[in-house]
Design a protein around this ligand. Structure first.
Ligand SMILES: Cc1cc2nc3c(=O)[nH]c(=O)nc-3n(C[C@H](O)[C@H](O)[C@H](O)COP(=O)(O)O)c2cc1C
Length: 237
């Protein structure tokens, strides 16, 4: 059984979509191929890759409450290619948005389901995740914690550094639990060729804390990218 994972994020590295697809992939057995669609230049290669596939798992960001336009272009090409070559696929999708509510991915799921109906594919379900950016920040922070843990173990010994590391690990795991659970569940469904329904989840942080953390995060980012008031006060073209 050949399974093609298609990352639909235009980011070259550290995309949330690649992270989430990586979690789904943990439990998937068989011939697994990873592809990425960033622009039209990728179409031919990715379409050839799905020619002999049984299953496609899309991972994509939510743009303006829907499917990113470069992915819509790919899906149009895929529809033509698959109908012409009589290719029948099982399709899953993991999507994520920056806003906290996972159910904002609902319209995207409906687009994917309609796409499957039109192409005679089997729509096997999806996971829509809210707070994707924050999940990604947490995974990067976890890597930093792991580095500090090694450093602390060398300098102060394992007994001093282990409790702090375990605490940080538990916090990261807790906030990411919903995403981990549904992505792993999808991995099991992909193996069985079963449907997994459409599920929505989010970073497990209360919304008022999310807004506070997101505000602080974007203020810091905007300062690094040229000063907080620069964008507001600069003359518009
Ligand atoms: C053009 C654009 C539109 C976006 N629109 C939405 C949106 O409507 N809702 C939302 O929750 N996030 C939106 N986002 C945020 C992305 O979905 C979010 O950053 C996501 O984690 C990116 O995933 P990736 O790293 O896999 O590309 C938008 C981002 C961009 C660049």
């Amino acid at each position: 059984m050949k399974i093609v994972f298609i990352n639909g994020s235009p980011k070259k590295k550290l995309s949330v979509s690649s992270y989430l697809l990586g979690i789904v992939r943990l439990l998937v057995r068989g011939e697994v191929v990873s592809e990425q669609v960033r622009n039209e230049g990728d179409h031919k290669r990715v379409l050839e890759s799905i020619r002999d596939a049984d299953t496609v798992v899309f991972g994509m960001p939510l743009y303006v409450d829907g499917v990113p336009s470069h992915m819509l272009a790919f899906m149009k090409a895929m529809e033509k290619f698959c109908i012409h070559n009589n290719i029948c696929l099982k399709v899953y999708v993991v999507s994520n948005g920056g806003f906290i509510e996972g159910c904002q991915n609902r319209a995207l799921m409906q687009v994917l389901e309609n796409f499957c109906n039109r192409c005679n594919f089997q729509w096997c379900g999806g996971v829509g995740i809210g707070g994707g950016v924050m999940l990604n920040v947490m995974r990067i922070m976890f890597l930093v914690y792991a580095g500090l843990f090694i450093l602390n173990t060398v300098t102060s010994g394992l007994t001093a550094s282990l409790p702090i590391f375990v605490e940080q690990l538990v916090v990261v795991l807790f906030f990411s639990l919903g995403a981990f659970f549904y992505c792993l569940r999808m991995g099991i469904a992909v193996n069985k060729g079963a449907t997994c329904g459409v599920k929505f989840t989010r970073i497990l942080l209360p919304s008022f804390l999310f807004i506070l953390a997101a505000d602080i995060f974007f203020v810091i980012i905007s300062i690094f990218q040229g000063g907080i008031f620069k964008g507001w006060l600069s003359r518009k073209e």
